[in-house]
Design a protein around this ligand. Structure first.
Ligand code: DP6
Length: 337
């Protein structure tokens, strides 16, 4: 199925009235604890496996959108107007084509408080904020499940950024992808903390999209990935329910390392780690050897995310000076749910 057919199917019962002149939406970034890595359908961004994430509260993206009388979109990112030829602008305009009224362009201004393209899931927040803003602009009145289905077309992980807290993306099995959307887990863990150890903010050498494709098509180890997720996901959910932090941390860390194993064994190999990444990993393992419960996860980038409980916050801040600590259940940004 083509993206456009998928969109038409979802919007068939949402004529979109009344339209707003301008719309504005926020979406949090999310960090996967059990990763999405590899697609069964690249056109529709359908994943090989389900995944589970935690949203980063007030760390995310805000998007303002309006229609303009132009045959070109005007995309402003932060303070900078993007050239239509840039990779990012092309990707956004391509997504907007799915919803574009004939002969019109969009003006978009996106601001994020997370470094882009450094493995901090900014595209997830960006596409989730964008689809939420489009929903308001056109007055579709779609619910979050429908928004999740549409956000997925922009970037797979974006389908998890429509909610605060823990969110599960069901991989689904249908060819048309209508059963592949995210849902919030009905569990809270207010003491949980995510520490962002941002050592690199530059553009990564290869996108997660390309890296997951390469892993799937060239790594022998990728065959084991679905098995790994089938094992990790239920244990992780159980650990969340029982607030078993040790199991939670162990599974999240091992799941991230397994994902990186599929990259290391790809041809050519993909290695996002930098010396600082390894330094942080060793430091975390050393702290654990001293009996301090701290774990890490890492995405397609060199930056490590620490997982710990509130009682360790001061210690972690002292140990990792530049650490930015996020409390996922402490947010001021209200979402449509
Ligand atoms: C490592 O969602 O960026 O962050 O669907 O191709 O846009 P596309 O990929 P993307 O991949 C995210 C990969 C990850 C793991 C995760 O977020 O689950």
């Amino acid at each position: 199925m083509k993206k456009q057919d998928f969109v038409n199917k979802i919007l068939a019962y949402h004529p979109g009235r009344p339209m707003q002149e301008i719309a504005f939406a926020y979406a949090p970034s999310n960090i996967a604890l059990c990763k999405y890595w590899g697609k069964r359908d690249e056109e529709l961004n359908l994943p090989e496996t389900s995944s589970l994430s935690v949203s980063l509260a007030d760390r995310g993206a805000t998007t303002l959108i309006k229609l303009i009388d132009s045959n070109q979109d005007e995309i402003v990112f932060g303070e900078h107007s993007l050239s239509a030829a840039s990779q990012f602008a092309k990707r956004v305009s391509h997504f907007l084509d799915l919803f574009r009224p004939k002969g019109q362009g969009f003006f978009i201004k996106t601001d994020t408080n997370i470094p882009i393209a450094a493995g901090l899931a900014s595209s997830a927040a960006g596409f989730a904020a964008l689809i939420s803003a489009l929903n308001l602009l056109f007055g579709w009145q779609l619910n979050n499940k429908e928004l999740s289905l549409l956000a997925r077309l922009g970037s797979g992980s974006a389908c998890r950024s429509l909610w605060h807290g823990f969110v599960e993306w069901h991989c689904g099995q249908a060819q048309d992808g209508l059963d592949s959307y995210a849902e919030p887990l009905n569990e809270q863990w207010p003491e949980l903390r995510v520490g962002l150890l941002i050592t690199h903010t530059q553009q990564k050498p290869i996108s997660s999209r390309e890296a997951m494709k390469l892993s799937k098509t060239t790594s022998l180890y990728y065959k084991l990935w679905p098995e790994q997720v089938a094992k990790d996901l239920p244990i992780l959910k159980q650990a969340i329910m029982t607030k078993d932090f040790k199991t939670f941390g162990e599974v999240a860390e091992s799941n991230a390392l397994a994902m990186h194993a599929t990259m290391l064994t790809a041809k050519p190999a993909v290695l996002y780690w930098q010396p600082e990444t390894l330094q942080a990993m060793y430091a975390i393992w050393q702290l654990r050897a001293e009996g301090i419960p701290v774990y890490f996860t890492e995405d397609a980038g060199p930056n490590i995310k620490l997982l710990f409980l509130a009682e360790q916050a001061d210690r972690m801040q002292a140990h990792f000076r530049s650490l930015e600590i996020v409390a996922p259940w402490h947010f001021t940004e209200k979402l449509n749910n």
